[in-house]
Design a protein around this ligand. Structure first.
Ligand SMILES: *Cc1c(COP(=O)(O)O)cnc(C)c1O
Length: 351
C-alpha cells in the first residue's frame, strides 16, 4: 500500500518533480465503536490515527511538508511542537537525509514523543516558555535563516492532512453526519473541513458533515474568544493558548453549522479510560476529547436516530505512558507458584 501522496495525488499539489518522502502513512483503521454507539444513540466510529508510522496524524501533513521542502532544496526543517509534530518532522527529515531542529516547551512533552525525537538525531531545544512562544521563535528563525518551517502554518501540512477526510468517506462509503475532534493549534480541523469540501466539489462525497471541535477547558481560547496566556491541561498535545489557525477553525465551525466547546480534564480522562476499557482502543489523552464531547452532547439528546459520528483519535496511547499509569493500582508481586496465583485470583478448582 503506497503512502497517501500516491493514493490521493490528484488532490495534492505535487508534480513529477516532487521527491516523495513517505513512510507509507495514512490508510488508518476506522473502527466501529459499539459501546459508544449504545451510549450516544448514534453510529460511532473511531478514526485511529495512532496507527500512523510515528503514532499520530501529524504524519499526513509531514509527508507533504518535507517532500515540498526537499523539492525546494531545503537542507533543514524546523518546528515548534507539543511533541507529535517534532516526532513526525524528525522521522521524515531522517528519511530525507536532512537536518531537523525542534523547539519544545520545557517539561511539557509526553515521554513517548520525546523518546522518538531523541533517537532520530534531531536537535532538540527545550525552551523556557509555552508552545505559543516556541511557535513565534521558529517563525522568526525560518523568516531570517535558511531553514524550512514545518508547523501547520505551512500550507502543505494542511494539504496532506486533508486526506484524513478523503479516507473517512472512502472507508464509510458515505459522509458521516458529524465529525468530532480535538482543537489545539487548529490546523487539523481546518484541514478536515477543507478535505470534505474538496471531496464534495469533486463529486466523491454526497454531502458535508457538521464539525464538532473540542478544546481543553484550561486551554480554550476559541471557546472563550480570547488568548489564554498560560494554558494548562493534562492533554499536552492541545495545551495551546493562541491557535495559529484560529480564524479557519471558526470558519469550519460556522460553515458546517457545527460547534467548538470546552471539556474539563476530568471528563476527558474519563473518556480516555472508557476508550481503553470498553472499546479496547488506546489513544493519548488529547485524542479522547472528541469522545468526551459527544458523550456530553448525547446527554443533551443532541443526536438523532440514523446519525453517524466519526471521532478522530489523533494519537497513539503509547505516546503518553505516564498518564495511562495514573489509572493503575500498584501491581503486586506473586510467587511463581500455580496454586498461590489461583488462590490470589479467587479461583475455585473444577471437579
Ligand atoms: C497536534 C495534535 C492535536 C491538535 O491538532 P491541531 O491541528 O493543533 O489542532 C491533537 N491531538 C494530538 C494527539 C496531536 O498530536
Amino acid at each position: 500500500m503506497a503512502g497517501l501522496i500516491e493514493r490521493y495525488r490528484e488532490f495534492l499539489p505535487v508534480s513529477d518533480a516532487t521527491p516523495i518522502i513517505s513512510l507509507e502513512e495514512g490508510n488508518t483503521p476506522l473502527i466501529p465503536a459499539p459501546h459508544l454507539s449504545k451510549l450516544t444513540g448514534a453510529r460511532v466510529f473511531l478514526k485511529y490515527e495512532g496507527a500512523n508510522p510515528t503514532g499520530s496524524f501529524k504524519d499526513r501533513g509531514m509527508t507533504m511538508a518535507v517532500s515540498k521542502a526537499v523539492e525546494d532544496g531545503a537542507k533543514a526543517v524546523i518546528c515548534a511542537s507539543t511533541g507529535n509534530t517534532s516526532a513526525a518532522a524528525a522521522a521524515y527529515a531522517a528519511r530525507a537525509g536532512i537536518k531537523c531542529i525542534v523547539l519544545i516547551p520545557e517539561g511539557k512533552v509526553a515521554l513517548g514523543k520525546l523518546s522518538q525525537v531523541a533517537l532520530s538525531g534531531a536537535d532538540i531545544l527545550q525552551i523556557n516558555g509555552n508552545f505559543d512562544e516556541c511557535l513565534n521563535m521558529v517563525r522568526y528563525l525560518s523568516e531570517n535563516y535558511p531553514v524550512a518551517l514545518v508547523n501547520s502554518v505551512n500550507p502543505y501540512r494542511i494539504e496532506g492532512q486533508k486526506t484524513g477526510a478523503f479516507e473517512i468517506v472512502d472507508q464509510l462509503g458515505y459522509t458521516p453526519t458529524y465529525q468530532a475532534m480535538p482543537v489545539g493549534n487548529a490546523g487539523n480541523i481546518t484541514a478536515y473541513w477543507a478535505g470534505y469540501k474538496a471531496y464534495h466539489a469533486a463529486g466523491k462525497a454526497e454531502r458535508l458533515p457538521t464539525m464538532l471541535g473540542f478544546q481543553a477547558a484550561g486551554a480554550a481560547p476559541i471557546v472563550n474568544g480570547q488568548v489564554v496566556e498560560a494554558p494548562e491541561t493534562v492533554a499536552t498535545a492541545i495545551r495551546i493558548g493562541n491557535p495559529a489557525s484560529w480564524k479557519q477553525a471558526e470558519a469550519a465551525r460556522d460553515e458546517s453549522g457545527g460547534l467548538i466547546q470546552a471539556i474539563e480534564d476530568e471528563a476527558l480522562l474519563e473518556a480516555y479510560h472508557l476508550l481503553s476499557s470498553k472499546e479496547g482502543v488506546f489513544c493519548e489523552p488529547a485524542s479522547a476529547i472528541g469522545v468526551a464531547g459527544i458523550l456530553r452532547l448525547a446527554k443533551q439528546n443532541f443526536f438523532k436516530e440514523g446519525d453517524s459520528v466519526v471521532c478522530i483519535l489523533t494519537g497513539n496511547g503509547l505516546k503518553d505512558p505516564q498518564t495511562a499509569m495514573t489509572f493503575s493500582e500498584e501491581v503486586q508481586v506473586l510467587a511463581a507458584d500455580g496454586p498461590a496465583v489461583a488462590e490470589h485470583l479467587g479461583f475455585v478448582a473444577v471437579g
